[in-house]
Design a protein around this ligand. Structure first.
Ligand SMILES: Nc1ncnc2c1ncn2[C@@H]1O[C@H](COP(=O)(O)OP(=O)(O)OP(=O)(O)O)[C@@H](O)[C@H]1O
Ligand SMILES: [Mg+2]
Length: 273
């Protein structure tokens, strides 16, 4: 396969960040579940080192769009995609792309915390490092990566004395930050977050939001949220979707104050959704 890993090393080279400085670019993208046409002809460019929020009413295709960006969509049996998604300048649906490798570069965190229940905190964070046989770092390297990822996820201080205990013994908010640490351990370029605070209390939500805000210094974050205040707090750009279509994308402040499309205005002012 084409070496996606090498793209990472080229990331500081502007030629590797794609046209318009975008790390993810979709062109005429459609996604289906059997006969359900969930994402309709979406074209967009996600700027590097920014937080992009995706908002819109339930069922409009936010999660599906997000899951086309790292080929998680195809893990559903009836799922199908047409059109293109570029990671840097590489078409991720090309025959030569290994989706497992892709997902190390375009990591994902889901709505509910999904720690591996039989694994320790440490091993949960390290789980993504094991994917490629032969390329496994030694124990000391793993420990360093685990510590870095847990620090980045703002969880290190809370778990450093119990790294070997079960990941199910920590709170839901901590488990979600653990899942973020697991995604960060492979040093992804892009982090996809699908309503990451939906099951969290306000304090845990605040911690995750602060983290998202920090992460954009080093990576690109795309976050699906139902919470418009959250989109306004954490994102640089916002995408508004309706019935599978991308209605509008703009800098967050503009989208929430002077949207172009009357449907966006109706949604953000609470007239539907
Ligand atoms: N596994 C699936 N099988 C069949 N249809 C699905 C599946 N997952 C989603 N859909 C359909 O695809 C469309 C888009 O769903 P999606 O989950 O992307 O919406 P969403 O905007 O994320 O909604 P929510 O805000 O409720 O999470 C909906 O019509 C939904 O019913
Ligand atoms: Mg969803």
């Amino acid at each position: 396969m084409t070496d996606l890993v090498s793209l990472r090393d080229e990331a500081s080279d502007s030629s590797a960040t794609g046209r318009n400085g975008s790390v993810i670019r979709a062109v005429s993208l459609n996604a289906f579940f059997g006969a359900v046409h969930a994402v309709r002809d979406v074209s967009l460019a996600v700027p590097t080192n920014e937080v992009t929020a995706i908002i819109g009413p339930s069922g409009c295709g936010k999660s599906t769009l997000l899951r086309t960006f790292n080929r998680m969509h195809e893990t559903v049996p009836t799922a199908r995609v047409s059109g293109q998604v570029f990671f840097h300048d590489q078409d991720i649906y090309g025959d030569d792309v290994n989706p497992i490798t892709l997902r190390r570069h375009v990591g994902m965190v889901f709505q509910r915390p999904t720690p591996f229940p039989t694994m320790s905190i440490r091993d949960n964070v390290a789980a993504g490092l094991r994917v490629q046989p032969g390329d496994r770092p030694d124990r000391k390297q793993v420990d360093e990566i685990v510590e870095r990822a847990l620090r980045e996820a703002a969880l290190w201080d809370e778990v450093k004395d119990r790294l070997k205990t079960s990941a199910t013994g920590i709170s839901g908010g901590q488990q979600q930050r653990l899942c973020i640490a697991r995604a960060l351990a492979t040093a992804p370029h892009v982090l996809l977050l699908d309503e990451p605070t939906a099951s969290l209390d306000p304090l845990s939500t605040q911690k995750v939001e602060e983290l998202v805000y920090e992460l954009r210094k080093t990576m690109t974050v795309i976050i699906v949220t139902h919470n418009m205040q959250q989109a306004a707090r954490v994102s640089d750009r916002t995408i508004f979707m309706l019935a599978g279509e991308l209605v509008e994308t703009a800098p967050t402040r503009i989208l929430f104050t002077t949207p172009n499309d009357p449907r966006t205005e109706a949604y953000i002012t609470g007239r539907f959704g």
